[in-house]
Design a protein around this ligand. Sequence first.
Ligand code: ADP
Ligand code: F6P
Length: 316
Amino acid sequence: MKIGILTSGGDAPGMNAAIRAVVKSAIHNGIEVMGIKHGYKGLINEELVPLVSSDVDGISEKGGTILKTARCPEFMEEQGRKKALETLKKFEIDGLVVIGGDGSFQGAEKLEKLGVKVIGLPGTIDNDLAYTDYCIGFDTTLNTVLECIAKIKDTDSSHEKTTIVEVMGRYCGDLALYSALAGGGEIISTPEMKLDFHTICTKLSENIGKGKNDNIIIITERMYDIEELQKYLEEKLNISIRSTVLGFVQRGGNPSAFDRVLAGKMGIKAVELLMKDSSGRFVGIRDNKIIDVDFSSINNINDNKQKEYDLLKELL
Ligand code: ADP
Ligand code: F6P
């Protein structure tokens, strides 16, 4: 048996640990592994390299992905996917492990429909895949966000100032929500619990009224123009406010122990599934158990996330 592995979409800390686990577990079970460079682009352009155990030694602790990653518009077209299928046939790949986020999974599902055996591992800092409690990379990024906010808090506290902090997450508020829950912020606005400018201003004004002049307002990206929000608050409250977009610092760094272990367990599960001839499954973790769900059921469990938000918002 020969399997392929690729990382796709935005990179996430822990992707390397997942690659390592898949390679080690496959080789342990007598399976050959081909690494596909640059995600789906590499599948179309035949960028395949054999991976042996020594290729993945020591990579768990490194951020990014040794296989590189890419966004591949060509793969969105049927023609591109057909080319990818030809490559898989040419290299006699019996099964494919796709590590990526929501978009990569949609691509994986389409590839599966062409008859390819595919298993998906959730690798995204956004944690926006509702079927799993955690995606690989989220924990590391959450810790990075908290570290950055702690630094901002030091200077905010000295100057008695408020800062708006914009975090990543694409259209998912988990990074913002969990950062606030972990003590990083006083006011939070996410796509799931969106506050308008007026409400943010009222909350801030209340805090200032109680003598809390240094506040952190955490917002998820893509919701507002951060400078517009800053200007609005400054004008309404007649104070000076700072704003910081954390940006790509959030995607880098050595993965946390949690992400490495999670990636390791998920990688082993992916190989186990391929050996059982399973296909069209996404690996995840729910209630501390490694699970796998069918591609088709992925959209039916978004309710879980909303329930979690309803519960957690009481803690804010
Ligand atoms: P992520 O996987 O991190 O969400 P993207 O959304 O950019 O990142 O998706 C990564 C890649 O997956 C895209 O560049 C494209 O090649 C493929 N992809 C995304 N959505 C689809 C889709 N609907 N159909 C086919 N392929 C897709
Ligand atoms: O999906 C991961 C992510 O970092 C999102 O949080 C962010 O919106 C997006 O990728 C940024 O994408 P790009 O690397 O294309 O700028």
